[in-house]
Design a protein. Structure first.
Length: 182
């Protein structure tokens, strides 16, 4: 019985599947980045159209989250299918699950649904947010690749170095926050 308990604790707290140190092929990385960027852009413009065209005239903006979840689920499952039809050599096998669990898509869609901005600025913000997510994916993949061959102490290899890198990137990206006035 204690062996099962140790396996459960090890699987739940220590050996997360999402934290495994597997090298990601560059094509997979860029296909995932492109799919996320397209999903964010189409999700924000769809949220904008849903709020302005359906929910605001009917005076039911409280249903925005419920209807956006269906729209984003349709995008998360339809976009990889379209990318697979467009470019059959692209690896789109695990993309629907990754896109449907991306909280940035839902967060930005809800934020844009509440704004009173025009649709071109909504589309531009969606495209730029998707590009920023793609950039973060590429930066973390490069950090993982470079740290595998660098002379780094054993205690900092892997996840600790990635968490330090995430903190430094968060500070760098927060410096851009006040640079451009809204």
């Amino acid at each position: 019985m204690s062996d099962y308990l140790l396996v459960l604790i090890g699987a739940a707290l220590v050996n997360h599947l999402c934290l495994l140190q597997q090298p990601i092929p560059r094509l997979n990385l860029h296909v995932h980045g492109l799919a996320c960027a397209l999903c964010i852009a189409l999700g924000t413009i769809g949220a904008h159209l849903l709020m302005r065209g359906v929910l605001a005239p009917l005076h039911i903006p409280d249903l925005a989250l419920f209807l956006l979840l269906h729209w984003l689920a349709l995008l998360a499952w339809g976009l990889p299918w379209l990318l697979g039809k467009w470019r059959p050599a692209w690896p789109v096998v695990g993309l629907p699950a990754l896109l449907s669990s991306n909280a940035a898509v839902l967060g930005l869609a809800l934020q844009q649904a509440g704004d009173d901005s025009a649709w071109p600025s909504t589309l531009l913000q969606g495209l730029l947010a998707g590009g920023g997510f793609w950039l973060a994916l590429v930066l973390f993949a490069d950090l993982r690749q470079r740290s595998a061959h660098a002379d780094i102490p054993g205690a900092l290899r892997g996840l600790p170095l990635e968490l330090i890198g995430a903190g430094v990137m968060a500070m760098a990206f927060s410096g851009f926050n006040g640079m451009f006035g809204q």
